[in-house]
Design a protein around this ligand. Structure first.
Ligand code: ADP
Length: 290
């Protein structure tokens, strides 16, 4: 992975190409009773790019994802999702806590979901893409939290949807597995998928092509990680985020693992199992087998 301040703008897919927009959100507004979650929210997401949705708890990330997924009918605005020409599936989704049938193996799980799609799917290729190709026969109830999340990513990309929505794909994962999941996500974007992910992980968000920062229902800022840095006194995306959301103390609700250290609220309950994952079959990038 590359430096926080540069990686988003460095991705070659972002530059100089006429990219198809896989998602267009225009004038979105929604309230729950007296709670205005957001209003007049607009953004678009191009194929082959990653947009990270960041913001403190309660800032509206889940509500926005639900509107994009069509699980919530927003009060105002519209959501348009392009169907890529060679794909039968418009949108893939990884929920925050994916749950699978415990007695199924990894491969059976993906095959089960693949059989629901119109298009034929090469399940072993999907296992390969998410780094689970060495554990196809492992039962789901024997997977670490990180491997379960990778299986969830595999489920989300079955059928090659143009748009993939990932809700906290690295929540509760240890730093090594977190980095691995973000590498998988970057590879998926390099293969052409448009990825919208909600995350508390500032290192991962700093590697996205675009970041949408929500706070109390307002879009505080959107742009590349480098734009965030340029707008503030900070030296990197993490610093820019903290400056824009009120500093370390102001951001007490921002949790999640960070590669430089432990951010507030990090839990490593999953850590031991995930640290063991590569030797148990998940191939870390670059052949790192530790
Ligand atoms: P985030 O995902 O960023 O934590 P949410 O989208 O879950 O934020 O919530 C945004 C705001 O909307 C919060 O104030 C939350 O309490 C409120 N909210 C979310 N869902 C509901 C609901 N079903 N009914 C009432 N209020 C809700």
């Amino acid at each position: 992975m590359t430096d926080d301040t540069q990686s988003g703008s460095e991705r070659e897919v972002s530059e100089g190409r006429n990219q198809t927009q896989v998602l267009e959100v225009e004038g979105l507004g929604h309230s729950f009773g007296d709670v205005d979650v957001f209003s007049d929210l607009s953004f678009s997401l191009a194929e082959g790019t990653v947009t990270a949705l960041v913001g403190p708890n309660g800032s509206g990330k889940t509500t926005l994802l639900r509107a994009v997924l069509g699980l919530l009918d927003p009060d105002e605005g519209r959501v348009e999702i392009e169907r890529s020409p060679d794909s039968g599936r418009r949108i893939g989704y990884l929920p925050q806590s994916p749950a699978f049938r415990p007695a199924f193996t990894v491969e059976e799980t993906l095959q089960f979901y693949a059989d629901l799609l119109e298009k034929e799917v090469d399940v072993s290729a999907v296992l390969d893409r998410v780094g689970l190709s060495q554990v196809p026969d492992r039962r789901v109830d024997a997977l670490s939290g990180g491997m379960t999340r990778l299986l969830g990513v595999g489920q989300a990309i079955l059928g090659d949807p143009g748009l993939v929505v990932l809700d906290e794909p690295t929540g509760d994962l240890d730093p090594r597995m977190t980095e691995y999941v973000f590498d998988v996500v970057a590879d998926l974007a390099d293969d052409g998928m448009g990825i919208l992910l909600a995350t508390h992980n500032l290192t991962g968000a700093g590697e996205a092509d675009d970041v949408l920062l929500l706070d109390h229902g307002d879009v505080v800022m959107s742009g590349s990680p480098a734009d965030f840095v340029a707008r503030t006194e900070a030296e990197d995306f993490r610093g820019a985020f903290l400056e824009l959301t009120g500093g370390e103390e102001g951001a007490v609700s921002i949790g999640g693992a960070d590669r430089e250290g432990e951010a507030v609220g990090e839990t490593d309950a999953d850590g031991a199992a995930d640290s063991a994952a590569p030797s148990a079959g998940v191939q870390a990038p670059g052949g790192d087998d530790e």
